[in-house]
Design a protein around this ligand. Structure first.
Ligand code: NAD
Length: 329
């Protein structure tokens, strides 16, 4: 099996090379992302392995099909960047890693909440400069606060269990109720009720045509004043311009994002010596109550092992013509 890995970082290569010893696949690692312009690189490969910001649209899939690619192996859970209908048309199978470590992402959402609330990032910098003042570092207790969870699948459910440990009340919305969470005291309700009741809103649903921009001017207007919004799911769940407006007029008290609508031009790269032209991210970076991480919620040792081994097993099943248990249909 010849596999072209796109958007490769040193850690991807390291993990694939370590675990490939049992599989003996032939890997080629490309730093570039996959899109229409780079699709010609797939000539001669059976499998293409992609990540969150590779663009696998109908035009790209046409080239992949002409080049003989039979499998797209996503090394992530979300698959909004692959046009599944078009992949079906070209008879290209698509597999993903559905649940590599819900704890990794849920724990990162908690980290964003705690950091924004208790301002440990600011305290760290202050102390290094000999500033031991507590001015403006005041936070709030999570106990008895109402946390709204949108999407209670693998990650959302894990997040509920973790935040419950702080003594928070949980209100949730999902198109399918997770009955296992009812015993935990999670209360399901209409999404607008969640917006209305929650002190903190954490997004854990996938990005699709129903969820795109669910955080917008209208939904923000229903929220409590000073609400905290956390997004570790996909950037386009949030309409960035509307959130910026909400921050300016102080309706939104805190924003923690690990994902961003235009992240493909920024995230995972060291741009410290470049001029950043994206006006939205620059504006977000300027707020004292906004915390941005660069799509790192998945990035734990445990998750990397799971991502690597599941991807290798997905490819092995394809090679052996076995059932693709992680196929996206
Ligand atoms: P999952 O499929 O287990 O759960 C998603 C849940 O969202 C399901 O319960 C589903 O019913 C629900 N849902 C679907 N449409 C909805 C809607 N319109 N409104 C409310 N809920 C809806 O997925 P998961 O493993 O929990 O992952 C959730 C998302 O997290 C992924 O889609 C991915 O975008 C994101 N993610 C981010 C990172 C990261 O590093 N930041 C890593 C992994 C996953």
């Amino acid at each position: 099996m010849k596999i072209a890995v796109f958007s490769t970082k040193s850690y991807d290569q390291e993990y694939f090379e370590k675990y490939n010893q049992e599989y003996n696949f032939e890997f080629s690692f490309f730093e570039t992302s996959l899109n229409f312009d780079t699709a010609r690189l797939t000539d001669g490969f059976n499998v293409v392995c992609v990540f969150v910001n590779d663009i696998v649209d109908p035009e790209t899939l046409r080239i992949l099909s002409n080049n003989g690619v039979g499998l797209i192996a996503l090394r992530c859970a979300g698959y909004n960047n692959v046009n599944i209908e078009s992949a079906n048309k070209y008879n290209i199978k698509v597999v993903r890693v559905p649940a590599y470590s819900p704890e990794a992402v849920a724990e990162h959402a908690i980290a964003l909440i705690l950091t924004l609330n208790r301002k440990t990032h600011k305290a760290y910098n202050r102390i290094r400069e000999g500033n031991f003042s507590l001015k403006n570092l005041i936070g709030f207790n999570l106990q008895n606060k109402t946390v709204g969870v949108i999407g209670t699948g693998q990650i959302g459910a894990t997040f509920c269990k973790l935040i419950k440990g702080f003594g928070s009340k949980i209100v949730a919305f999902d198109i399918h109720k997770n009955t296992a969470l009812l015993d935990l005291g999670v209360e399901y309700m209409d999404i607008n009720e969640v917006f209305k009741k929650a002190d903190i809103i954490s997004l854990h649903c996938p990005l699709n045509e129903h969820t795109k921009h669910i955080i917008n001017k209208d939904s923000i207007s229903k929220m409590k004043d000073g609400v905290m919004i956390i997004n570790t799911s996909r950037g386009a769940l949030i309409k960035t311009g509307d959130v910026i407006e909400g921050l300016i007029n102080k309706k939104i008290g805190y924003l923690g994002i690990d994902v961003y609508e235009q992240e493909e031009n920024l995230f995972f790269e060291d741009l410290s010596e470049r001029i950043i032209e994206d006006e939205f991210i620059l504006r977000l970076m300027s707020f004292p109550n906004v915390l941005i991480t660069s799509h790192q919620a998945f990035f734990t040792q445990e998750a990397m092992v799971e991502i690597t081994t599941t991807t290798l097993n997905n490819i092995k099943a394809f090679e052996k013509n076995e059932e693709l248990i992680n196929e996206v249909k």
